[in-house]
Write a protein of this length. Structure first.
Length: 512
């Protein structure tokens, strides 16, 4: 092909006007044009499909310590809107108590990167996914996922978790409840393909060896079934963590890339590489991961305006696929409250004194949970002739074998012992409930009121007894000190009288 022009080419600066250079440039632009035409053809074909894109974004926590969870979801919402998914197709579940929180020094703002209360629960989560519009009337926004067999659904859940558990501000969702809902959606043909991103400790346990690989659902999690996820981006100004490592990594990647040029699989590999604090994991139907991100997170709005896409390509600057080069300050999600208080203690003044008291209180509460769980397992092990040490060994079994037992036991424990949503530290012991269920003992017999009360009473007795012994030992020391004080003070008096007596005797003898 002969590229010629009758007009002289005016070159300035550092432009290279050689024929070879011009030929190479034209070849590059021709290639880009063909690429755009190819992608446009591909996307036009996909747009002939009547399917829609839907999203459910969930921040399952509340409180200033958990600022990052709602910040993650706000960021995810902005990504979807920026890429053209209408607000009507995005359902957001969040407690919404941080934007105007008294501790928020940037009132009204939620930041995910440096520089509705009771309605957020598992029952509403399941109703929204199943499209039960009537049951959600007058609850929150009232929006549900009104999807069909050709639609793509994106679910992003961010919160605390434990073995087979995801928390909400009110209550918790078990592995059985989540997978039952997904199976029901498949039976009712509520989707064509589904992508799930979960940020939570031990989040891999929600899908490991459970999520089928043939129902067009692909899930990735921040951690495997055995480890914590990690918070990051500590803000000195707000004194809290702004994001979570896994969530920040996938969102910053989506912010930077052309979603219709990057597959779900490519994003998974990038996020897995960037998240070196935990083991990002994948589950379900791997074929879904070969789809483009735009099928779930939306395509760039500029795509809908003809050649503006080509202009975007011409203007786009090279992007670094890695997150910005800032210090992550990564810390285990379960240690976030401790880390925040430790940072406050390191400062001077009244705030430091208050933080020191709060830190001591938090450590005492955690110690109470540790001792209670141990005593509970002791009582249950005695009653059912179980191996106490085995029940407290974290890896008796990796998987939940009995969903029904597990769901009942989790909710019973949360109601009668420690609410997982209010005492997230207790989630580190969620594996104990899995171990108990996997022994085959019926859930109705495991955590009876008698067992719980007995464990609590035994623990309270030990606690009170410990306090009494401490007081007694301190009292005994006080008595001994008092005795010796009196003894030695009396001894001085006796010695004085003796000296007077013998002095008198000496004088009498002298006068005889």
């Amino acid at each position: 092909m002969n590229f010629t022009t009758n007009s002289p080419i005016h070159c300035e600066g550092q432009w290279n006007c050689s024929p070879n250079f011009l030929f190479n440039m034209l070849s590059i632009w021709s290639f880009l044009l063909l690429l755009v035409l190819f992608k446009s053809t591909t996307l036009v074909i996909s747009h002939e499909n009547p399917g829609q894109k839907w999203a459910l974004l969930v921040a399952g926590s509340n409180g200033w310590y958990n600022y990052r969870h709602q910040a993650d979801i706000c960021h995810a919402y902005q990504i979807l809107r920026k890429h053209g998914i209408p607000d009507s197709n995005i359902v957001v579940m969040m407690y919404d108590d941080i934007a105007y929180n008294e501790e928020n020094k940037l009132s009204g703002k939620i930041i995910n990167h440096p520089h509705g209360v009771d309605d957020v629960n598992v029952n509403n989560f399941m109703k929204i996914l199943l499209g039960k519009e009537k049951e959600m009337q007058h609850i929150g926004s009232g929006k549900v996922i009104k999807s069909g067999p050709d639609d793509h659904i994106f679910i992003n859940f961010v919160d605390h978790g434990g073995k087979g558990i995801l928390c909400f501000p009110e209550g918790e969702m078990t592995i059985g409840e989540l997978n039952k809902t997904l199976t029901e959606m498949h039976r009712l043909k509520k989707y064509g393909q589904m992508l799930i991103y979960i940020e939570a400790c031990e989040s891999g346990s929600m899908f490991k060896n459970i999520l089928p690989n043939d129902i067009k659902i692909y899930a990735t999690t921040a951690a495997n079934a055995r480890e914590s996820s990690y918070a990051c981006y500590f803000s000195e100004e707000l004194e809290t963590y702004l994001g979570d490592c896994y969530s920040v990594n996938w969102m910053e990647n989506s912010d930077q890339e052309l979603l219709w040029l990057e597959t779900v699989r490519e994003q998974y590999n990038i996020v897995k590489f960037e998240t070196n604090t935990s083991h990002v994991s994948e589950f379900g139907d791997r074929s879904v991961s070969e789809d483009y991100l735009s099928d779930f997170q939306g395509e760039e709005i500029f795509f809908k305006f003809g050649n503006s896409l080509f202009l975007k390509l011409l203007q786009q600057q090279p992007q670094n696929r890695r997150p910005p080069n800032v210090h992550l300050d990564a810390v285990s999600s379960r240690d976030v409250p401790l880390e925040i208080l430790k940072r406050k203690v390191s400062k001077n003044g009244y705030e430091s004194d208050a933080a020191r008291q709060n830190l001591h209180s938090l450590l005492m509460k955690r110690k109470y949970v540790d001792e209670f769980i141990n005593q509970m397992v002791v009582e249950i092990s005695k009653h059912f002739h179980l191996n106490h040490d085995a029940m407290l060994t974290k890896r008796v079994a990796d998987d939940v074998m009995d969903f029904d037992c597990h769901t009942k036991l989790v909710h019973h424990f949360s109601r009668n012992c420690f609410s997982f949503s209010k005492n997230t530290y207790a989630l580190k012991y969620a594996y104990v409930l899995t171990n108990l269920c996997n022994t085959g003992i019926p859930s109705s017999l495991t955590l009876t009121k008698h067992t719980v009360d007995k464990a609590a009473a035994a623990h309270e007795y030990r606690t009170i007894n410990s306090i009494f012994l401490n007081l007694l030992s301190e009292y005994a020391i006080f008595v001994l000190l008092l005795f010796f004080t009196i003894y030695f003070s009396q001894l001085d008096a006796v010695l004085f009288q003796a000296r007077v007596f013998f002095s008198g005797m000496s004088e009498s003898n002298h006068h005889v």
